[in-house]
Design a protein around this ligand. Structure first.
Ligand code: OSB
Ligand code: MG
Length: 368
């Protein structure tokens, strides 16, 4: 197969409510969508690069630049046998996994459509439905946090994750545990602590959390090894894991017991699947992280989450938690059991709303 042309576009979508983490507050998403025209069909991808270089060094601007000036020139006119080869074809570009992923996943969607199969099946997925959790941003008060958690549990979500930062960590967790003694609960620090905070973080062991996600530095694998030695709660790594070598190092050094896989952070479906397979062979469970995606990125997350070692609920939740109206039809819905039914239509299985996407587009560039 060969990619005839790609279209980059930026759309702006306001979140239904601000999302606060230890590194930023997001109210409006700038989303980079990539269409790949392959042998007469169009595949859709989304780069999860952010508005600012705070979660990772990538932004919408850097991803656009890398896609236009480096990745498209590598792929243009190139013959390859399937989407699984695209990540390796882009290997000369170091890093920039969110740019790579946006393009690579669009080609996977196109390949699945060409073959008339759901993307989940093409990836080797085995689940008909996936388990969902929610990620709840930092709240103004503990009362508001409790109300949020109550609402998400009532909606059926199977696991609650809250964002933490210094000054918003032990107390909100204590309050949630008092109110909800039995729920599956976890926290995500987004790299805000250091090893010097070990005694403070150790207090979280009292609340039988299912995991603590990325407490320490985004590149600091060794401190996670030392912290994990002192914590009973399993550490889950997010920011630290960009490729299979990081995953291998984290597993072999026991820096973590669980890995969060995000398509953007690792460079697409092929890279995600390799990490998934490695983790499975080492009995390390994985789950699918979220990046406040539009329906396009969300649909890809659903397909990936059907692989067998995605055995913990992910941060993949209903469209309505993020957007007044999503850019796909149907929107992503979550059952009262906290599950998403995997679509059976070819490709990502949801239809992009072209008119709505056009009306939200603030820039567009066609490369051929
Ligand atoms: O660390 O998982 C994270 C959102 C933006 C950047 C990083 C993270 C997140 C989330 C949101 O936790 C998950 C979601 O999409 O609901
Ligand atoms: Mg995280």
């Amino acid at each position: 197969m060969r990619v005839q042309k790609i279209t980059l576009r930026e759309i702006h979508l306001p979140l239904v409510e601000p999302f606060e983490t230890s590194f930023d507050t997001t109210t409006l998403r700038r989303i980079l969508l990539i269409e790949a025209d392959v042998e007469g069909v169009t595949g859709w991808g989304e780069s999860t690069a952010g508005e600012n270089p705070y979660y990772s060094y990538e932004t919408v601007e850097t991803a656009w630049h890398i896609l236009r000036d480096y990745l498209w020139p590598l792929l243009k006119g190139r013959e390859f046998s399937n989407a699984d080869e695209v990540f390796d074809l882009c290997a000369r570009v170091r890093g920039h996994n969110m740019a790579k992923a946006g393009l690579e996943i669009a080609i996977w969607d196109a390949e699945a459509k060409l073959k008339g199969v759901p993307l989940a099946k093409l990836l080797g997925g085995t689940r008909e439905e996936i388990s969902c959790g929610v990620s709840i941003g930092i709240q103004p008060t503990i009362e508001q946090l409790i109300a949020k958690v109550e609402k998400e549990l009532a909606a059926g979500y199977q696991r609650i994750k809250i964002k933490i930062k210094p000054g918003w960590d032990v107390e909100p967790v204590r309050a949630l545990r008092e109110r909800f003694p039995r729920i599956r609960l976890m926290v995500d620090a987004n790299s805000i602590y250091t090893f010097a905070d070990t005694a403070h973080l150790k207090q979280l062991d009292a609340f039988y959390l299912i995991m603590i996600e990325q407490p320490l530095g985004c590149d600091d694998l060794y401190s996670h090894v030392e912290l994990q030695r002192q914590l009973d709660t399993p550490i889950c790594l997010d920011e630290c894991i960009h490729d299979i070598e990081h995953a291998r190092a984290a597993i072999e050094t026991r820096a973590c017991g669980i890995i969060n896989i995000k398509l953007g952070r690792v460079g697409g479906h092929a890279a995600a699947r390799r990490i998934h397979d490695l983790c499975q062979s080492k009995s390390i469970p994985v789950w699918c992280g979220g990046m406040l995606e539009s329906g396009i990125g969300r649909a890809h997350n659903i397909a990936m989450s059907t692989l067998p070692n995605f055995s913990l609920p992910g941060d993949v939740s209903a469209s309505r938690r993020y957007w007044q109206a999503d850019i796909i039809q149907p929107e992503v819905e979550v059952s009262s059991q906290g599950t998403i039914l995997v679509p059976e239509a070819p490709g990502i299985g949801y239809t992009p709303c072209i008119d709505r996407i056009e009306s939200l587009t603030c820039r567009r560039e066609v490369l051929e």
